[in-house]
Write a protein that binds this ligand. Sequence first.
Ligand code: GTP
Ligand code: MG
Length: 198
Amino acid sequence: MKITSSEFVISNQDVKRCPDSKLAEYAFIGRSNVGKSSLINMLTNKKSLAKTSGRPGKTQLINHFLINKSWHLVDLPGYGYARVSKTSKAKFQKFITNYFKQRRQLVCAFVLVDVRHEPQPIDTEFMEWLGENGIPFGIVFTKADKLKPNALERNVELYKKQLLDGVWEEVPPYFVTSSSHGNGKEELLNYIGEINDN
Ligand code: GTP
Ligand code: MG
């Protein structure tokens, strides 16, 4: 699938105020700074459709983007950002968990993980929480350009092994991406396209 049009729709903190539409949507979630907003820009071929920053904590709201006039991509704030206060962390968790629990239009979540790091409990626990809540998800490894091919393959294999050693009987669909080099774009878009067609 190719993205031929993309536009910002709305930002908010309340799942009840997300677009009232029947369109299918796909959301990107993961640690702060993992590359969620950059991935949206890479997929849509736009430099700054979603706001990015070298400093974690840039995205603070639920952001809807209308793609090809027929489905939504959703950019979410990151979790695990140490510099925010406990109160704002709790508030954040509430509106994000509400989004995942209540948003009927959500077809699939993508949990982004930095391919340079070994599995972190915050990510694997979030995947388990999605599983417990019956929310389909895929894993998007980000920043693949930062590793040499051998190291990249080794890290992906290690990640898969850890998931299988944990609660998962099979590895969820996964994609190896680089927003700066465009890796994984076709695979990810084709995956979404196949779900949309069914
Ligand atoms: P928050 O909104 O703060 O949760 O962050 P985010 O997950 O949206 O990350 P964002 O897209 O803002 O990117 C964070 C930083 O990582 C920026 O400096 C990006 O340029 C960089 N970055 C993102 N993706 C890639 C990638 O694939 N390769 C490289 N080398 N850098 C990347
Ligand atoms: Mg962001």
